[in-house]
Design a protein around this ligand. Sequence first.
Ligand SMILES: Cc1cc2nc3c(=O)[nH]c(=O)nc-3n(C[C@H](O)[C@H](O)[C@H](O)COP(=O)(O)OP(=O)(O)OC[C@H]3O[C@@H](n4cnc5c(N)ncnc54)[C@H](O)[C@@H]3O)c2cc1C
Length: 496
Amino acid sequence: MQDPSLYPDLKAVLEELKEALGAERVRHDATAPLPPAPNVSAFTSRDTRAVLRPGSVADVRALVGAFHHAKASGGELPGLQAVSTGRNWGLGSKEPAAGPVVRVELDGLGALRELDTEAGYAVVEPGVTQKELSERLAGTGRMLNVTASSGHTSVVGNTVDRGVGLRHQRTEDLLGLEVVLPDGSVAHIGWWPGDTSHGKGDGFNPLGLGPSLLHLFTQSDFGIVTAAVVRLLPRPRRQSTVRARFHREALAEAVDALRTWKANGLVSGVVKVYDTASTATYGGGDTAGGYVAHMSVEGTDRSAGALKAALLAEMAETGLFTSAAPGDDEQPPADDDVVAHVVDAAYRGSVAHNERMLASATGATADRVDADGNGWLFFLPFLPFDGASVVRALDILDRIHLATGIRPGSTVNALDADVIDLVVSFPFDRATQAGAAHSALDLAHTWFGEAGLRPYRLDSGHARSVVGGAAAEAALQRALRAAVDPLGVMAAGRYA
Ligand SMILES: Cc1cc2nc3c(=O)[nH]c(=O)nc-3n(C[C@H](O)[C@H](O)[C@H](O)COP(=O)(O)OP(=O)(O)OC[C@H]3O[C@@H](n4cnc5c(N)ncnc54)[C@H](O)[C@@H]3O)c2cc1C
């Protein structure tokens, strides 16, 4: 832990911010780091000197400006670390990649600034949750690409970390960002409604003209995001969720069959396959059937009906599936099949059942996950969408189970015809298994890495600086960071 006396200038800046923002928005102890707070993944608590809780964009500008000014005058201060609702469970929650930092919690910026269901976009601040936005869209012709996490998570936080919803990766919905840059100025990047250059009425053009800047600010520590423009998806006229079970012996062929159906448009959104362990931890009712695939079939009344008939016929022809539930209203999932309820509702843009799944997985409500929840870690690699790759990945998970005693769960999230986001979860008992669970996560990084399978999101214990990456690309990213933030106002994050 750093010696607090290394930051003699911090106290003066924080006192200044108490005046400017209000004392209730600045939490610190002048003489020491804040006491460590628990996180559900049992990552080591890093040195966090203060927590700032701005209530407006003006507050964010004031605090970034104060840090910039102090650093420009030669002051020694820790960097700023931004979170939205800070519910990045499994990847570190609010913990930074390294200390010391001053954390900026943005959930106090809670405005849904604009909602246009005609054009299909919303402008949201970091405190807007997926529950709030999805509920505002109920009964409209638009829906939000929701995730399977709690309804109380942030649309902005998940999107800038490049999270995955039930329709696709959230970055596909990102049209524009409002960012407070390290010098305290504000930039609007990508597509913004009413902008004079890309005025309302323009087709969405998130890439703008010339080199696109949008993703300089996702998985990024180049600034603090204070709002995002996100797409709202057209709600299908008719949707149903087909569920099909199969055993491990059929895994490779079943995944290949799912790929054929995804590639040929029989199914929409993210195809999900839960293995027995993940079905059990997320609350999947009867787990005797092994693997469960969930597929969304949708369209107009006629096309959805025709697609479902074709899918069920092709599924029967394969002889691979032990059962198939067509997902009609007459055959709803069993009440204790939490996973089926969550996935079915989430394909339609609703988070109505997500808190039940969070409770199954962690044993806690959203507000208590970090304090009291059962241990939870994620490892998130991308794989090619083919049966052999999934079998190879699950064989690695079997080896990790044997080596550590921690049984990983896996969920295949097929994002398109070629890419799977494999969600590997390591549930563990925080009192007795934290060491074994972290060994399991370390082994996942090593063994998947040796197989050429890399994570697309990182946890606070395995920052980019630890897991590595292409050297030339990393050097260019560092050069850009130095150009945008020459004084180091922002702390180096997980992806630096
Ligand atoms: C049971 C369970 C199910 C889950 N299901 C899913 C799922 O389906 N899909 C999924 O993606 N995740 C899932 N998660 C993981 C996690 O809960 C979500 O990703 C969640 O949305 C992240 O928390 P948050 O929204 O509060 O974002 P935050 O924790 O606020 O933000 C995440 C990260 O983004 C960056 N960031 C956030 N806000 C800003 C900002 N304003 N400016 C700059 N950078 C910022 C920071 O690096 C931050 O650490 C699940 C977790 C559990 C336990």
